[in-house]
Design a protein around this ligand. Structure first.
Ligand code: ASP
Length: 428
């Protein structure tokens, strides 16, 4: 018990992560395959799924209630438009930078040159969405089915509309607003309860990935993986730090410390959407952002802002072109940047979403979509890393916008004993 208090929840989540990696690896190397599979089925898989389902079930109610309240708090359409404009600028700008960086680095490193790999014949590309449909689809025909299906852009639309209505009705909607505030507190507390299970959940998720995939699958693609992982690290360290320093005058090291719980959960779940409850909590309790900003920017970011994914797409396009020996022109580069930025708007933050977007990009520049089969085997681990980058990007933009709106409490941002570090933050 004392140990738990000292280490804190984030510390325990890290323990779960490292233990999961080690356990998965040892299991894969030492145990007979049947026993390995049995342990995955009976232990790792259930632990991971219980945690994942637990946070997923809270995503829609949390976004709906907190965004409605956040919009009601802003109250006026002009301010909402200003916050929206700033955050969209940051989201699209960082995404375009990430793709360009991914593309440029791959042109220098040549991850696919001289490689001959069998294409995974089992990969059948899914149909990619038509861009205009994505925009039209933001307005739901039925708000309840939008919630049941977890369509995030639609849920955002309903919540913003409801928030504006509450604000414009003033006292007539005061009772509902108080009810929603109370509901918000209940959902937040439910998130906290589920997070107490996070160390075990993270352990199960990690152990399963490592024990079922092993390490051999990575070897032929080690250069491709190194290209993506190294480049994404550069993007996070250089681009985000510069944005934080230049636009918000905030200490990037402190930012990354504060963002840590969200980064770890994003890495383990490989889903920005599923991480949302943790990202929202992190923004509020560790960054000091006000509800009126992060309740709007983070659900939006989880859906449309995917810098890690965009980076992978830039790099994967060059990789696949090199493996097939197809030259790429400057025009192709511009098409990739444009397509990948637009594609990221329409794809939800769920595991593997990046590959669907990649198929859109590849077909646009005339590369064989089957090429995705080459990178499929290593995509899960890359997905985990790029999701962590995606969530980091959402938080970076949120903090910058909050600062510019005077909605960032720097006492919280620079606080020494950050909440969510330990069980102590549940006491509130
Ligand atoms: N899994 C990523 C996310 O949820 C999307 C992707 O790159 O596949 O942000």
């Amino acid at each position: 018990m004392t140990g738990r208090r000292k280490l804190g929840l984030t510390g325990w989540i890290m323990v779960g992560l490292v233990a999961g990696l080690l356990c998965g690896l040892l299991q894969y190397l030492l145990l007979p395959p049947e026993l390995n599979v049995a342990i995955i089925r009976w232990v790792h898989d259930p632990l991971g799924k219980i945690f994942l389902n637990g946070i997923r079930m809270l995503v829609v109610p949390l976004v709906l209630v907190s965004l409605t309240l956040g919009t009601a708090a802003i109250g006026d359409l002009r301010k909402l438009g200003r916050i929206g404009g700033k955050v969209m600028g940051l989201y699209l700008g960082t995404t375009a930078i990430a793709i360009s960086l991914g593309y440029a680095l791959a042109r220098i490193i040549h991850p696919g040159r001289g490689l001959s790999i069998d294409v995974d014949a089992t990969f059948s590309p899914k149909e990619s969405p038509f861009l205009m449909d994505i925009l039209v689809d933001i307005v739901p025909r039925n708000p309840f089915s939008a919630m049941v299906e977890g369509k995030m852009l639609q849920v955002i639309f309903v919540a913003v509309l409801a928030g504006l209505a509450i604000a414009s009705l003033g006292p007539r909607a005061a009772t509902l607003k108080r009810g929603l505030e109370s509901l918000d507190a209940v959902i937040q507390r439910m998130v906290w309860f589920v997070m107490l299970f996070a160390p075990l959940g993270v352990f199960g998720l990690l152990a399963k990935v490592v024990a079922s995939e092993g390490v051999e699958v990575f070897l032929p693609l080690i250069k491709y993986m190194g290209n993506i992982l190294g480049g994404m690290a550069l993007h996070v360290v250089i681009v985000y730090s510069l944005i934080l320093l230049v636009f918000a005058r905030l200490n990037p090291i402190r930012f990354f410390q504060n963002a840590w719980p969200a980064i770890v959960v994003a890495f383990s779940t490989a889903s920005s959407n599923a991480t949302l409850p943790v990202t929202l909590r992190t923004a509020e309790e560790r960054m000091g952002s006000e509800d009126s900003v992060h309740a709007f920017t983070l659900p939006l970011g989880a859906t449309i802002n995917m810098d890690g994914t965009a980076f992978m797409q830039g790099c994967a396009t060059v990789f696949i072109a090199e493996v097939y020996g197809i030259p790429l022109s400057t025009g192709d580069f511009l098409t990739v940047v444009l397509m990948a930025t637009l594609a990221s708007v329409g794809t939800a933050g769920v595991p593997g979403a990046g590959l669907i977007m990649l198929s859109m990009v590849l077909s646009e520049v005339g590369l064989p979509i089957e090429g995705i089969g080459i990178i499929l085997g290593v995509d899960r681990i890359l997905d985990m890393c790029r999701t962590a980058v995606n969530v980091c990007g959402d938080l970076t933009a949120t903090v910058v916008v909050a600062k510019s709106e005077g909605a960032l409490d720097e006492n919280v941002f620079y606080h020494e004993n950050l909440p969510m570090k330990g069980a102590g933050s549940a006491q509130t």
